[in-house]
Design a binder for this molecule. Structure first.
Ligand code: PBG
Length: 329
């Protein structure tokens, strides 16, 4: 009470007085089950290889990947998303290593499934960029452009081999038109009706993928602007969303997360399927780098971004910090 009298109405600060009070009235809570761990597995290495632009993240050997999967499971994380990094010599124009049943991603899927069974949801990135010598997410036509429909044929094959290898969920990230429908058909026609599709619905052409390109040893020259979305566009994501749902997406994703929380909120409002957001490599790099310089509190910044992503509407969050964060919750 001030000497000027009582202000009418509520005083929101009353509900912020103690940690217990703040905890009680928190509107959003992170739970380990919200989290999915993206993980890289590299062919032909005997020790994990650190990724310099992603402090704390490594390219796993087959062995350390299995361990990382078990650790994630024990921490309560829901799923793991696998990315394969083939030997350089195995890359070619069509990305054949991506559809070889003994390719690194397929081998890793079998390894991880053997380790965790059905206890952890095992997901695989369904895209050609790690396997092509030109680094694009699809195959090229005679003029060097990414050929949408020829790429779909490759994706159909990829979906089948990944499902054969044990993926519970395949996650097409190449942004080809019609990819979800073609993949759904391919799965259904090969006895994989139970395998889900997590569609990268709104995937923007982002500067924040930079560190990932090191992580997968990308061969890309140029950019992905003819297939990934322009950061200026929001309405376009709603069009992508409608198409993905029509084509049979079981879950949808927005990526990156932090610069696109408006897109995430709009997508989450519009759908009745689970919505995922991917906190990508550059989002991790920003926080780790600033923390290393002593400019921000790393742990608080991580939790704040994840909480923000959840508040914006994500049911699921892919984050390289998944295991660490889950342990601390
Ligand atoms: C493409 C793919 C990318 C990421 C996930 N899948 C990179 C790209 O589009 O260039 C980025 C993930 C990250 O930056 O953490 N297969």
């Amino acid at each position: 009470m001030t000497k000027y009298g009582t202000f009418p109405g509520a005083r929101p600060r009353r509900l912020r007085t103690t940690p217990a009070m703040r905890r009680m009235v928190a509107e959003h809570r992170l739970h380990p089950a919200d989290l999915i761990l993206p993980a890289f597995v590299r062919e032909g290495i005997s020790e994990p290889v650190p990724i310099s632009a992603m402090p704390g993240v490594v390219q796993h050997t087959r062995d350390t990947l299995r361990k990382a999967a078990v650790e994630a499971l024990e921490a309560g994380v829901s799923g793991i998303m696998l990315f394969g990094v083939p030997e350089e010599a195995k890359k070619d124009a069509a990305g054949t290593a991506g559809t070889d049943s003994d390719g690194i991603l397929q081998v890793a899927l079998r390894d991880v499934r053997a380790e965790v069974g059905d206890d952890l949801v095992v997901m695989s990135d369904l895209c050609l960029d790690e396997f092509t010598d030109h680094g694009h997410c699809g195959v090229l036509d005679a003029r060097g452009r990414v050929d949408n429909d020829a790429t779909l044929e490759r994706y159909a094959e990829m979906a089948q081999v990944q499902a054969d290898a044990g993926a519970h969920v395949v996650a097409p990230s190449g942004m080809m038109d019609g990819q979800v429908g073609v993949i759904r058909d391919a799965l259904d026609q090969t006895g994989h009706e139970d395998v889900s599709v997590l569609a990268y619905t709104a995937k923007y052409s982002s500067a924040f993928y930079g560190p990932f390109r090191e992580a997968v040893g990308s061969s890309l020259q140029g950019d992905r602007k003819t297939y990934q979305q322009d950061p200026a566009n929001l309405r376009e994501s709603m069009r992508e969303l409608a198409l993905d749902l029509e084509e049979g997406a079981d879950m949808v994703m927005v990526k990156p997360a932090l610069p696109y929380l408006d897109v995430l909120a709009k997508v989450a409002d519009a759908v009745d399927v689970p919505v995922a957001a991917y906190q990508i490599s550059g989002e991790l790099a920003m926080i780790e780098a600033a923390a290393e310089k002593g400019w921000i509190d790393r742990d608080k910044a991580i939790l704040e971004t994840l909480t923000g992503i959840k508040r914006a509407g994500a049911d699921l969050i892919l984050t390289y910090w998944a295991t660490e964060v889950a342990r601390g919750l």
